[in-house]
Design a binder for this molecule. Sequence first.
Ligand code: MN
Length: 193
Amino acid sequence: MKYTLPVLPYEDDALEPIISRETIEVHYRRHEQNYLNKLNDMIAGTRYEDMLLTDIIRSSEASLFNNAAQAWNHIFYFKTFSPNAQHHPKGRLADAINRHWETFENFCDVFVQMGTSLFGSGWVWLCSDENGHLHIRAESNAGNPLVEGLTPLLAFDVWEHAYYIDYRNRRDDHLRRLWQIVDWRKVEERYNF
Ligand code: MN
């Protein structure tokens, strides 16, 4: 199976000024396409060829893992955003966040802090375990909590390519502003408890 670049559920300029059209062009259409191309080249004619992308992530390492995880992570990341976002979690997810972090605002601060303090490139994740308990994971490079058996709910990309065009070196500023476009309806759909 050949993986192709999914069409995003919004126009390229719809997330401005939080994420610019230029960043969508470079980060999604070029970087993500590049990960997909490398993934397709690496799985062609191998036992991974007809495997689900999440199963490739769970069962590969080194270069194949890096390209498979980056391919999946970016689609997950970009599909979390909306120009018409629901700005707060509701229902059982809101309850679980409040149980763990006391308030939604405190959760947001801790999440951004984890992303800001991650050295080098990587991702910060909100994920749930099999009991519905929530965890934040800061992962280097392509790291994805699927390999730990956790279910990803939300990811912020902290690679410089995610923010350098729009924010230069201001990772903290970029991560804080992402809350304005995170659509918590999408996050709630991933939390099945
Ligand atoms: Mn990225």
